[in-house]
Design a protein around this ligand. Structure first.
Ligand code: AVI
Length: 320
């Protein structure tokens, strides 16, 4: 298992209040919790483990696409260009681009977690000692002002992992528009997007045989117990992953195995047998669907790369 540090889901805002989100999410008629709270230190380590599972094809497939096509993706990138990465996680994918580029003006990783940024910088210093790395600790769901000396330079944005799929389409569109503003003028973005496919394959990717994704999901209840004096019995809930064909998304739920009353601090929540807490959505897009969404955020999808089996896509978005 990878080192257990908080990954800071890219969607996490500073000062995000876990307690308030839990109390409000569990009070709804259809109970739900925001997926960004899956990524405490334990959850982040479990997510790293998920990325290496046989059923979880997105990470290795995207890496294969990047390795095969990095030189094309980096066309026009040179000493004047600034590479801007949105969100952290393992830097394996960034290193593929950095290893393939001839020259680069600077690399700017943007992440909400200072510690994730410091780790990335220390790692990159070893392999790319001459690279100018500028850390920006910020929430990138709103446009970000880049340092004055690079603001007018040509920029290449990078947003791998299909994290865009964890946002509902309206929010995803707003996020893409914010990235366009951050990268303007002459914006370009390389973004990983998981593709629609056989629902059985999708469900297996989110409900693996070894039970790592189940542990990742159930850790949310353990986190409530740890941090908010919760009384969840983890054996009284099970992980479920389903494909919702109407919305084109995989859904993760925690299913109550019996009628029960659970306390969180002073509050109490009633669960009926079979009732669920909806914990994550992972939207899947066909290539034309994603093109259309990018367009409504002011981008044009100029090129798309995929693997031989059509599992995953990497789009190059451009904005004049
Ligand atoms: C972070 N994100 C892109 C993952 C996904 O595939 O939606 C999160 C994940 N949840 C369960 N497995 C992976």
């Amino acid at each position: 298992m990878a080192e257990a540090r908080e990954r800071a889901a890219p969607f996490q805002a500073p000062g995000d209040d876990f307690a308030a989100a839990v109390l409000s999410g569990l009070s709804r008629p259809h109970k739900s919790l925001p997926c960004r709270f899956l990524y405490d230190a334990v959850g982040s380590a479990l997510f790293e483990e998920i990325t290496g599972l046989p059923e979880y094809y997105p990470t290795r497939t995207e890496i294969g696409i990047l390795e095969a096509h990095a030189p094309e993706m980096l066309q026009g990138v040179g000493d004047e260009t600034v590479l801007v990465e949105f969100g952290s996680g393992s830097s394996v994918k960034t290193e593929i681009l950095l290893g393939a580029v001839g020259g680069l003006g600077a690399y700017i990783p943007i992440d909400i977690s200072q510690s994730a940024l410091a780790d990335a910088q220390a790692r990159l210093r070893v392999r790319f000692p001459k690279l100018d790395v500028r850390l920006i600790a910020a929430d990138f769901s709103a446009p970000i002002a880049l340092p004055a000396d690079v603001a007018q330079r040509r920029k290449l944005g990078f947003f791998p992992g299909s994290t865009i799929g964890n946002f509902p389409p309206m929010e995803a569109t707003r996020l893409l528009a914010a990235m366009r503003e951050t990268l303007s003028p002459d914006a370009r973005l390389v973004i990983g997007v998981d593709l629609k496919k056989d629902p059985r394959r999708l469900v297996r990717a989110y409900d693996d045989a070894a039970g790592v994704t189940a542990a990742f999901n159930l850790n949310l209840l353990a986190r409530i117990n740890r941090e908010l004096a919760g009384g969840f019995d983890l054996d009284a809930f099970r992980h479920a992953a389903t494909y919702n064909p109407v919305d084109g998304r995989v859904e993760m739920h925690l299913v109550s195995l019996k009628d029960q009353l659970v306390s969180v601090g002073e509050a109490q929540f009633r669960f009926r047998a079979g009732e669920t807490i909806h914990t994550e959505n992972a939207y899947k897009y066909s290539i034309p669907q994603f093109r259309e969404m990018a367009q409504s955020a002011g981008w044009t999808s100029r090129r798309v790369w995929s693997d031989g089996s059509g599992l995953f896509s990497v789009h190059e978005l451009v904005a004049p």
